[in-house]
Unconditional design. Structure first.
Lengths: 60, 230
């Protein structure tokens, strides 16, 4: 392996590592968004159930 | 149908990027003969497509910014922002791959006297400052307009940086070999491999742009929902 080969290898590895780091960040971001969506969904369903329960109580 | 098309488009772009960059890299490293006088020349197939992709991203960001200012549709704000985001990533890769090549060829990581290097750095720093401007302002139409104006101003630096390689008096940076008036200044095999790598890089940025944009749109939609559902 020549000195030039090492520099070529380094350049390609830098690009590959940057792209992999970017994909990792995006995966973490999408996981967070997925969790937040689930929490919002649970909140919305919970509130829906509460209002339905309230409607069932006889008034007067 | 629109979402399905977008999903399929992203997958197609990602698959094309993987195939083209894989083939291009294999050809550059294994098939092409060594370029006389520069054994580190295979970096060219990475450095130049990455740099041209960064320019394309900044151009796309400016186009979306123009559409925002013209039509007043704030939907273009996220698109322009995403394009700047991609441009900065590819700009950083241009600087890093260029420095690695420079270290081998010139014996130095960076040469301040070279105008084209400095101009590209200025372009990169200008667009890096875009994020500071964006996050120092509250979200809303004002931020969208300010960001759009900034992205439009920045695009002026793209032709300056691009032409600097042609107009510069210093000769430390190699002269252009791909886009010249007389056509490509390289043999056909080198040019074909360059085109494969360039197409792969454009497919890659398309896939990443779509992914990033979808993430940002989902994030924005969730913020709005959180305000409605406390």
């Amino acid at each position: 392996v020549t000195s030039a080969d090492q520099y070529v290898f380094a350049a390609y590895v830098v690009v590959l590592v940057t792209l992999l780091a970017y994909l990792l960040i995006m995966t973490l971001k999408l996981s967070r968004l997925e969790r937040e969506t689930r929490e919002l969904n649970e909140n919305a369903v919970g509130k829906g159930d509460e209002s339905e329960t309230r409607e069932q109580v006889p008034v007067g | 149908l629109s979402t399905s098309l977008r999903n399929n488009g992203s997958i197609l772009a990602a698959a094309s990027a993987l195939a083209l960059l894989g083939i291009g890299t294999a050809l550059a490293l294994l098939w092409l003969p060594e370029v006389e006088g520069d054994p580190a020349f295979p970096i060219f197939y990475l450095h130049v497509p990455v740099a041209l992709t960064a320019y394309a991203c900044f151009g796309w960001a400016a186009w979306k910014a123009l559409r925002l200012l013209w039509k007043g549709d704030e939907g273009y704000d996220l698109e322009s922002y995403t394009a700047v985001h991609m441009g900065v990533i590819f700009g950083l890769l241009t600087l890093v791959t260029g420095s690695i090549w420079a270290k081998y060829t010139w014996g130095q990581w960076w040469v301040w006297s070279s105008r084209q290097l400095t101009l590209f750095l200025v372009l990169f720093l200008f667009y890096s400052a875009y994020f500071m401007l964006r996050y120092s302002t509250d979200p809303g139409p004002r931020r969208a307009r300010m960001s759009a104006v900034y992205a439009l101003f920045g695009v002026v630096l793209v032709p300056v940086s691009f032409l600097a390689i042609r107009l510069a008096e210093d000769v430390i940076h190699p002269s252009p070999v791909v886009l010249t008036r007389e056509g490509p200044q390289m043999t056909w095999d080198l040019f074909v491999v360059f085109c494969v790598c360039m197409a792969g890089m454009l497919a890659l940025v398309t896939a990443l742009y779509q992914l990033e944009l979808r993430g940002k749109r989902l994030d924005a939609a969730l913020r709005e929902l959180r305000e409605v559902l406390p």
